[in-house]
Write a protein that binds this ligand. Structure first.
Ligand SMILES: C[S@@+](CC[C@H](N)C(=O)[O-])C[C@H]1O[C@@H](n2cnc3c(N)ncnc32)[C@H](O)[C@@H]1O
Length: 260
């Protein structure tokens, strides 16, 4: 159940964004009656919140890194911890590089890297046509010329030694995880992975050893309880200089390494 303060703040935000009400109208105006369209929009908000829909899906918009991204229930809503991955990538490379964002979803990671590294070529891949359509909308909305989309089942279609950097926020939740109940509006294929949540991570690390250039970097987001296992997968696959980045709660959430 949503905390009532959160719900109240979301409602106020919705009134401002969707009905274009200002503070005066919201807090002081007790006189003006709502027209039919406004009543319908408010009813729609109530119904969707009753069904547990996140506000970002209701508004079809989310903030990520420095931009507003279009989102709907075909893609995961980008999470704040993923910005840590983007920030590291943006601060680590200075010369033009070739980057792959595998499992791009809304395109949030790849587009945020492409916009900061305009001389680099960034590719976003996904095996969901729905996700690729949403990522395409964001590429157009944000006018990102150096970001291209590719249909791919992880890294299977890419040539050997194609990329300097591969980044991914893959599905990593185990099928039986109780948190899935609270995520019913987000696409299942963006969330769950076999092998206790590690199946896709293993595949990406293994396939990266072919597709990354020697000396290239792999960065993966994962669950905070998966760090040790992910680090071992990197080690088994000949990655060195393995580093873990922590999220805003100081939990280990991103592992990166360099291909020997
Ligand atoms: C956790 S979401 C991440 C989306 C986005 N990168 C983000 O950080 O918000 C994982 C994405 O991986 C995609 N995906 C899952 N399995 C895949 C596969 N076998 N090949 C390619 N993409 C896959 C899903 O469709 C989804 O868009």
């Amino acid at each position: 159940m949503l905390n009532s303060d959160v719900l109240k703040n979301e409602f106020i935000f919705y009134l401002k964004e969707k009905l274009l009400f200002n503070d005066k109208k919201i807090y002081l105006d007790k006189e003006t009656e709502l027209n039919k369209e406004q009543q319908n929009l408010i009813q729609e908000f109530i119904e969707k919140k009753k069904d547990g829909m996140p506000l970002d899906y209701i508004l079809n918009s989310t903030k990520f890194y420095e931009n507003d991204f279009y989102v709907d229930s075909r893609v995961l809503i980008p999470r704040p911890e993923t910005e840590i991955l983007v920030d590291y990538a943006n601060n680590h490379f200075s010369s033009p590089i070739k980057v792959l964002d595998a499992g791009t979803g809304s395109g949030c990671i790849g587009i945020s890297i492409a916009l900061k590294n305009t001389s680099s070529k960034v590719y976003g891949s996904d095996y969901s046509d729905d996700a690729l359509n949403v990522a395409h909308t964001n590429k157009i909305n944000l006018n990102v010329e150096n970001f291209s989309l590719i249909y791919a089942d992880w890294l299977s279609c890419f040539k050997a030694e194609s990329f300097d950097l591969i980044v991914s926020n893959p599905p990593y939740i185990a099928y039986q995880d109780p948190h899935l109940e609270g995520l019913k509006h987000e696409p299942n294929k963006a969330l769950v992975a076999k092998d206790n949540g590690l199946g896709d991570i293993k595949l990406i690390v293994e396939q990266s050893t072919e597709v990354l250039k020697r000396g290239g970097m792999l960065m993966l987001e994962h669950g905070y309880q998966q760090q040790e296992k992910v680090e071992n997968i990197f080690k088994r696959n000949h990655f060195s200089d393995i580093v873990n980045l922590r999220d805003f709660h100081n939990l280990p959430r991103i592992t990166l390494g360099t291909l020997k």
